[in-house]
Design a binder for this molecule. Structure first.
Ligand SMILES: [Zn+2]
Length: 56
């Protein structure tokens, strides 16, 4: 009989604060480069980034 207070000790749980941060980031910068995962506020910035960095 083992009454541990933590049911899954090695399960990675995202805290409410981390979840909020991630939500805000995705909300604020919804355009993500599919090549390097960088995020941008505007589609225009993403297009400029692609033309500049991934122009091959
Ligand atoms: Zn990129």
């Amino acid at each position: 009989m083992n009454n541990s207070p933590n049911p899954e000790p090695n399960q990675v749980v995202e805290t409410a604060e981390e979840r909020k941060q991630r939500f805000l980031l995705e909300f604020d910068q919804p355009f993500k480069c599919d090549k390097c995962n960088e995020r941008f506020k505007k589609k225009k910035y993403l297009r400029e980034h692609k033309a500049e960095v991934h122009s091959y």
